[in-house]
Design a protein around this ligand. Structure first.
Ligand code: T4K
Length: 365
């Protein structure tokens, strides 16, 4: 019985990567915005149809430094149904997260509840395209415009997706992507931000490279968050194959749906109109009373069969012990409900159809 993990990194042929990194042995240039970094930046701008894009060591630093670059003060409205990174980026910038509840079907920030949370201290909205489900962009942008708020999308899960024909990289003031090994597109570790205002790019450059502008000129107090050449080279290779990888993921998801669609007590991920999906995750929500088994029971049954489903995103970030009960979780009841019942099933391009069948067998039995 083979071990199935929740995901498995996409990697190019060994030969292809070796070919790509050969130059590095010739030049000995391994980091600090070298040739591979420049090429990947250009390739991604073209792929995402983005005018402004900057690469980072990881998605988290892209997000944290983008918030810093925007010089925000006060409260940021966000979702607790996400990875630690989203909330941590807010708090680590000295900003106050204000948690908005989520939609019960697509699990993104419920834009209908946004306006009630706006105060004179609100400076920005930080929604997450969670699982690759695209937020209610139209409503979020309408509200942001009305109250003159910045919108920074955590698009860590949404690489390559389009909304109404436009790449999601191009909405709001900025969108942040994660290129971690577990993502649809990876650079081993890595991330990027696409942003609207050119001046943000200048600040980000300082923030990711110590504010250095030459051997004798340091004009800002920045950190170090540069993507290195080996990661950029992995990105160059993986980008060549990402569309095929997404197509393979689509086939896996279809097979899951064949088994699980219409089963009473199982809520499958929403299929969103106007969105070209990337099939990043396959979450299911269990209604124990109807299905007969709880999320925990199914999780344990899968684990017994060496199938590593994950409880993304449980616990909610507003319940993390790091925050010492600072936030009132009863204010996000839908998020709490979903987080206690959701399980994300294994999903990656090369997941075999027989493995999908086996996973579904365990769930349904
Ligand atoms: N915003 C959101 C909404 C995010 O979800 C994330 C990251 C971020 C921001 C921040 O982006 P980064 O700074 O990470 O670029 C994983 C990832 O580490 C994390 O990137 C991701 N979200 C989160 C949802 O999932 P873990 O703790 O679940 O990862 P781990 O190590 O348990 O790996 C999961 C599975 O992936 C393993 O069972 C096997 C597979 N795997 C893992 C690694 C590390 C591979 O196949 N290859 C690998 O190299 O957090």
């Amino acid at each position: 019985m083979n071990n199935i993990l929740v995901t498995r990194s996409s990697i190019p042929e060994f030969k292809e990567y070796c070919e790509e990194i050969k130059d590095l042995w010739n030049t000995h240039w391994l980091t600090n915005m070298g040739a591979k970094h420049k090429q990947l930046e250009a390739d991604l701008k073209s792929y995402l149809s983005a005018d402004n894009l900057d690469l980072f060591t990881n998605g988290h630093m892209a997000l944290e430094l983008t918030l810093q670059a925007m010089n925000l003060k006060g409260e940021v409205i966000t979702t607790p149904f996400t990875f630690a990174s989203t909330t941590h980026a807010i708090v680590r910038n000295g900003l106050e997260p204000v948690f908005c509840d989520i939609d019960s079907l697509d699990y993104t920030l419920d834009a209908n509840k946004l306006e009630d949370l706006i105060t004179d201290r609100t400076c920005a909205i930080l929604p997450v395209h969670v699982y690759g489900n695209i937020c209610n962009i139209d409503e979020i942008e309408r509200i942001a415009k009305k109250y003159e708020l910045k919108v920074i999308y955590d698009a860590a899960h949404a690489f390559s997706e389009t909304y109404k024909g436009q790449n999601v990289a191009n909405f709001g003031d900025a969108s942040i992507f994660s290129f971690h090994a577990t993502k649809v597109f990876n650079t081993i570790e890595g991330g990027a931000v696409c942003f609207r205002e050119k001046r943000i790019g200048d600040i980000l450059y300082d923030l990711k490279n110590f504010g250095i502008h030459g051997p004798e000129e340091v004009s800002a107090v920045g950190a170090n968050a540069k993507m290195n050449e080996f990661c950029a080279a992995m990105g160059i290779c993986n980008l060549r194959h990402v569309d095929e990888e997404i197509e393979k993921r689509r086939i896996v998801v279809e097979r899951y749906r064949e088994h699980l669609e219409g089963i009473a007590g199982l809520q499958l991920n929403a299929v969103q109109e106007c969105v070209t999906p990337n099939y990043a995750y396959f979450p299911i929500v269990f209604d124990e009373k109807v299905f007969g088994k709880s999320r925990e029971e199914v999780f344990d049954a899968l684990a017994k069969e060496k199938i590593g489903a994950r409880k993304y995103f449980y616990p909610l970030t507003n319940t993390f012990s790091a925050f010492h009960n600072k936030y009132d979780v009863t204010k996000t009841p839908v998020a709490l409900h979903i987080s206690k019942r959701v399980l994300t099933l294994p999903l990656y391009a090369d997941l075999a159809p027989e493995d999908v069948d086996r996973i579904c067998d365990v769930i349904l039995k």
